[in-house]
Design a protein around this ligand. Structure first.
Ligand SMILES: [Zn+2]
Length: 322
């Protein structure tokens, strides 16, 4: 499988949407299309949760008239186009969010808890809207001169209102690498200090300024587990708007498998495929949620190393926690 197909199989990563960035600068087009019958608004509450149907099986999307009634004067953001529909996001205050729930009988839910139950398009659109709204909410004043910012370009640019400054700020996405390191027929997993006993994940960390992705992989594994990584290869990527990351998945091989635990993890261990499978199956050992790249990397490793399909052994949610 190619990396593009692997990425598409990740949660929140199957959003077949034309972002139509060229239309963001056309305020007249945006205003007209936001009011047109084909407009679809994702509604978000102040915590970045989206309005979902009562069974949590889909986004509840409003048209422009309903939005104008619900939150008069509120600015929406343009997300893009799919088929006949033009997609927007509308961030609501607490009062408008309560009215939306009362009007529809639906409820707001967080992406992390509800994402797995949504169709791929809805999950991807939710992730996109959540990430953009979070950036807007937390980017209100210019980091250079502290003057208020004004959103423009359909919500995709924040312009400093100080004429002496005038810097444009753009939505931020923080790259984080996540890696499954192998040594022969073993793989390296770690447990964070606040995680339950016997729950493990692949190692991960943020990319630093002036660093390649491969060097970030080597540094993080060395810092967290003391293991020296040689070759590493890109696996897949995933939007991870909790609040503003993109996860960049890698596979890697250890040059020196000796573990020297750093300060970030409570535990780091090598697992053989058999021990991993038995532990997951019995519930004695937990791994990351199927929403995560960590799960996909473990799935990939088991398939490559032992020809085992993780889906076959994660039949029940026992041992698999978000
Ligand atoms: Zn400024």
């Amino acid at each position: 499988m190619m990396s593009s197909a692997r990425s598409r199989a990740n949660a929140f990563a199957a959003l077949e949407l034309d972002r139509a960035s060229e239309l963001r600068e056309d305020a007249a087009w945006l205003a007209a299309h936001a009011q047109a019958p084909q407009a679809r608004f994702v509604l978000l509450d102040p915590d970045g949760r989206a309005l979902l149907s009562a069974d949590r099986g889909s986004l509840v999307q409003f048209d422009g008239n309903s939005c104008a009634r619900l939150a008069p004067g509120a600015a929406s953001s343009f997300l893009g186009r799919s088929g006949e529909a033009d997609h927007f996001a509308l961030a609501l205050d607490d009062g408008a969010a309560a009215r939306a729930m009362a009007e529809t009988g639906a409820a707001f839910a967080d992406l992390r808890s509800a994402g797995a139950g949504l169709p791929a398009f809805d999950a991807g659109l939710f992730a996109y809207a959540r990430g953009l709204a979070h950036w807007q909410q937390r980017t209100r004043f210019c980091p250079a001169c502290a003057a208020p910012l004004r959103l423009e370009a359909g919500g995709h640019r924040a312009k400093c209102t100080n004429p002496q400054c005038g810097i444009a700020h753009f939505p931020r996405t923080d790259p984080a690498v996540i890696v499954i390191v192998s040594d022969g027929d073993r793989c390296l997993l770690g447990r964070g200090p606040q995680w339950p006993e016997r729950r493990y994940s692949t190692l991960a960390g943020f990319v630093e300024p002036g660093e390649t992705l491969e060097d970030a992989v080597r540094r993080e594994v060395l810092e967290e587990a003391g293991v020296r990584v040689g070759e590493c290869d890109y696996h897949s990527s995933q939007p991870w708007p909790f609040p503003a990351s993109i996860m960049l998945g890698f596979t890697a091989h250890a040059d020196d498998a000796t573990i020297t635990l750093g300060t970030e993890l409570a535990e780091a261990r090598w697992f053989g495929a058999e021990e991993l499978v038995d532990g997951i199956r019995s519930g004695a050992l937990g791994i990351s949620s199927p929403l995560s790249v960590s799960y996909k990397l473990i799935e990939h490793w088991l398939r490559e190393t032992a020809a085992i399909d993780l889906a076959d052994i994660v039949a029940s949610p026992v041992g698999v926690k978000g």
